[in-house]
Design a protein around this ligand. Structure first.
Ligand code: HEM
Length: 450
C-alpha cells in the first residue's frame, strides 16, 4: 500500500485503479493490506460477473471488516441470515414506497437554502464547507424518511462544520476503513484501545436508542399501520419477543430481529442512506460550478414550474436533468467499486482470464462529463455509458430508487432557487478524496440566489 500510494500519498482508489489498469491491463492483481484483490474492469467481464450470482458472492473483505465493526449489517450477511434481514428492510425502499418522501426532501432542502439565504447571502463568498453542508442535509432527510426522527442537523445552531452525529459517523467510517488494512487480530486490539472510536460508537448508539424509544412510544396499532411504509416501524415491529428462545433456533428457523440486530441495521442504513448520496450532491455542486452551460439547460427545463414544488411525476418528466444525473453517476460513481468473492473457478469472457476462487473488483472509466450522451439512444448500452454506481450482484444497492429520486429532487430544488459559481482554481480544483465514498478533494463554490 506504500508502493501504490494509498498509504502516505493518500491516492484514492478510483485513481489508483485507473493508473494500475493503464500499466497492467484490464485484469490485474492488487494486495490491499493482507487481502488479495483481482481488479476487473472490462465491461463484458463485469457484466459476466454480475450475471453469475451463483459463482460470485459477497467479498470476504467486507464480511471480515463488518464482523469487527458491525456484524449485523445487511451488506456483510449471507444465506438465511441475509434473507431474514433483507425481507424486513428492502421492501421499504422500493419505488412504490418512496414517492411519499418527496415533500420531506423539499422541506429539508428549503431549510438549507434558508440557512444560506440568512447567513451566507453574498454571491461573492466562496463556500468551502459544502461537503459538511451536504452531509447535514442528507442526514436530516434520512432521519425523517427512515426513522421518522428529527436529527436536527439542519438547525440554525448546527451550521458550524460538524454536528455531534455527523462527527461520530465520520469517525466510525474513518476507523472502519483504517482497520480494513490491518491483520484481523491487530484490528481487534486497535478498536478496543481506540477511545475516539469507542466514544463515537457510544454517541451513535445513543441516537439509535432514542429513535427506537420514540417508536416504542407509538401505539402498537399505529405501528402496524405504518410498518409497510416506515423503516423504523418495520424494524421495531420485527423485534423478537423472546430473544433467548430465538437464539436457540437454527438460523433457518429464526424469526424477527434481536435488538442488537436492529441497532446494527440502523447504523448500517444510517451511513448507507446519507453518505454516498451526499457525495453525489457535492459532485453535482462542483460539476455545475464548472459548467454554467449545463446549469442553464437544467434551469431552462425547470422554467415552466417557476418556484413551485414539483410532484414525483413532474420530477420524473425532467429528461435533461436525468441525463445529468446518469452522467454524474457514470463520471464519478460515489463508491469506487464492488467487492465480490469467487466461489468456484471461472473464466472471464472478454479478457479470457482464468480466475481461481479469489476476489473480483470492478472499477469505472473516467472520461468527459457530457450529459447529452444519454440523449442519444444508441449510446445507451455502449461502453461509454456503462455505469454500475449501485453495484450489481447479490448485494446491489437496495436504496438506489430512493437515492435517484432524492438526488433529482434535491437538484431540482437547488436549481429552482440558485446558481453555483466557480470559486476559482485555488479552492475549486476538484481532484479526489477517498473516504467511504469518493469526494472532491477541493471544492469551493459561490452561491447566487436567482
Ligand atoms: C448515490 C447514492 C448511493 C450509491 C452510489 C450507493 C451505492 C451502493 C453500492 C455500490 C452498493 C453495493 C455494494 C456491494 O455490492 O458490495 C450499495 C449497497 C447498499 N446500499 Fe447503497 N448507494 C446509495 C444510496 C443508498 C441509500 C439512500 C440507501 C438507503 C436505503 C442505501 C442502502 C444500501 C444498502 C442497505 C446496501 C447493501 C445491500 C445488501 O447488502 O443487500 N444506499 N450501495
Amino acid at each position: 500500500m506504500l508502493q501504490t500510494g494509498i498509504v502516505g500519498r493518500q491516492i484514492p482508489m478510483n485513481i489508483l485503479f485507473l493508473q494500475l489498469k493503464d500499466k497492467l491491463g484490464d485484469v490485474f492483481q492488487f494486495w490491499f493490506g493482507p487481502m488479495r484483490l483481482i481488479v476487473v474492469s472490462r465491461l463484458e467481464d463485469v457484466q459476466h460477473i454480475f450475471a453469475h450470482r451463483h459463482l460470485y458472492d459477497q467479498g470476504d473483505m467486507f464480511i471480515n471488516i463488518l464482523n469487527l465493526v458491525n456484524p449485523n449489517a445487511i451488506i456483510g450477511l449471507k444465506g438465511p441470515k441475509f434473507k431474514r434481514h433483507t425481507t424486513i428492510i428492502s421492501p421499504l425502499f422500493r419505488r412504490a414506497k418512496i414517492s411519499a418522501h418527496v415533500d420531506t426532501i423539499i422541506d429539508c432542502t428549503d431549510k438549507l437554502l434558508n440557512r444560506w439565504r440568512n447567513y451566507n447571502n453574498n454571491s461573492t463568498d466562496i463556500h468551502l464547507n459544502l461537503i459538511e453542508q451536504s452531509q447535514q442535509l442528507l442526514l436530516a432527510i434520512f432521519g425523517f424518511v427512515a426513522f421518522d426522527y428529527d436529527l436536527q442537523t439542519l438547525n440554525e445552531e448546527n451550521r458550524s462544520n460538524e454536528n455531534e452525529l455527523t462527527h461520530a459517523l465520520c469517525i466510525n467510517v474513518k476507523t472502519s476503513i483504517f482497520v480494513a488494512r490491518l491483520p484481523m487480530f491487530i484490528a481487534r486490539i486497535y478498536l478496543v484501545l481506540n477511545c475516539e472510536y469507542r466514544q463515537a460508537r457510544m454517541t451513535i448508539d445513543r441516537y439509535l436508542q432514542q429513535m427506537i424509544d420514540q417508536e416504542l412510544r407509538e401505539t402498537a396499532e399505529t405501528r402496524t399501520q405504518r410498518r409497510k411504509t416506515s423503516l423504523i416501524a418495520s424494524l421495531v415491529t420485527s423485534l423478537q419477543e423472546d430473544e433467548l428462545f430465538e437464539a436457540t433456533k437454527s438460523e433457518k428457523h429464526k424469526k424477527g430481529l434481536s435488538r442488537i440486530e436492529v441497532m446494527g441495521e440502523m447504523l448500517a442504513l444510517l451511513s448507507a442512506g446519507y453518505s454516498p448520496t451526499s457525495a453525489a450532491l457535492v459532485w453535482f455542486m462542483h460539476l455545475m460550478s464548472k459548467r454554467p452551460q449545463v446549469q442553464s439547460k437544467i434551469k431552462n427545463e425547470l422554467v415552466e414550474y417557476n418556484l413551485q414544488r414539483l410532484s414525483v411525476e413532474q420530477i420524473d418528466s425532467l429528461t435533461y436533468l436525468d441525463c445529468v444525473i446518469r452522467e454524474l453517476f457514470r463520471f464519478v460513481p460515489p463508491i469506487a467499486g464492488t467487492l465480490l468473492m469467487l466461489t468456484a473457478d471461472d473464466r472471464l469472457p472478454a479478457t479470457g482470464v482464468q480466475l481461481r476462487e479469489h476476489f473480483g473488483r470492478n472499477t469505472f472509466d473516467l472520461d468527459q462529463f457530457h450529459p447529452e450522451r444519454f440523449l442519444i439512444e444508441s449510446n445507451m448500452n455502449s461502453n461509454k455509458t456503462a455505469s454500475i454506481a449501485f453495484g450489481g450482484a447479490h448485494h446491489q444497492c437496495i436504496g438506489q430508487d430512493f437515492a435517484r429520486l432524492e438526488l433529482k429532487t434535491l437538484c431540482v430544488r437547488l436549481m429552482q432557487h440558485m446558481t453555483f459559481g466557480d470559486g476559482g482554481p485555488d479552492v475549486n480544483e476538484g481532484g479526489y478524496k477517498q473516504t467511504d465514498t469518493i469526494l472532491p478533494k477541493h471544492i469551493g463554490c459561490a452561491i447566487k440566489f436567482d
